[in-house]
Design a binder for this molecule. Sequence first.
Ligand SMILES: Nc1ncnc2c1ncn2[C@@H]1O[C@H](COP(=O)(O)OP(=O)(O)O)[C@@H](O)[C@H]1O
Ligand SMILES: [Mg+2]
Length: 259
Amino acid sequence: MLEVSNARKVFYRGKPDEKVALNDLSLRLATGEFGIIIGSNGAGKSTMLNAISGALPLDSGSVVVGNEDVTALPVHERAAHITRVFQDPMKGTAASMSIAENMLLAELRGQKRTLRPGLTAARRDLYRERLSVLGLGLEDRLDARVDLLSGGQRQSLSLVMAVSTSPQLLLLDEHTAALDPRTADIVMAATVRAVEKFRLTVLMVTHNMQHAIDFGHRVFMLDAGRVKLEIGPEEKRGLTVPDLISHFSTKADRMLLAS
Ligand SMILES: Nc1ncnc2c1ncn2[C@@H]1O[C@H](COP(=O)(O)OP(=O)(O)O)[C@@H](O)[C@H]1O
Ligand SMILES: [Mg+2]
């Protein structure tokens, strides 16, 4: 469960270029729900994810994840419960390490480490099983260095790593935006398999209106730091890309998204 209540974030407060990035924004996702966030540039999408992950403290308002109020917790104390996949495929994984070593790092995230556990046969079996969910054959390449993987494979590995602590919330921050359309679709298909298999609660930011239509249960359109429109599961079923685009407030956005 995720509940963001009256989240407020102002940059450059009191200065001429003061910017209200989150304007008392509220939204709620039930456990197991897959929410999609859309909105034009500057709407507050990244600021909201940063506030949920703890990367950015709120000026006021609260964030509750799985019945725990995490508003005051620093990033590292949220890390095992709230995980995130970023847009840049290079960001979520360590290039010079193998797939298995990366998975081990992910498994230890948010834990206090005294003794570092090894890559036992049991662990390798577990990693193989988790990777096989993606349907990309990565389970047969446990010892391959991550810099040998394609962007799409790397992003899919980031995804499996992000879910390896069984997080209460998975944040996907335009995680397919840097990929070519075909690879983006492959990563989205892998995402859906992982979400269903691990029964995750997910919040995904996307610029891809077709993905917003095809995936998830609920759509939130952000505008000027608030939720301008929420589309629930019933209404979402009949939704088309033109419907969605028509809700964007500027003509420039509508043309850009339709192209
Ligand atoms: N670190 C920051 N310092 C100053 N202004 C920021 C910062 N981060 C975001 N903003 C501003 O806050 C607004 C919302 O930004 P952002 O959350 O990045 O939007 P989106 O991800 O929807 O494109 C924008 O006007 C942006 O310029
Ligand atoms: Mg952004």
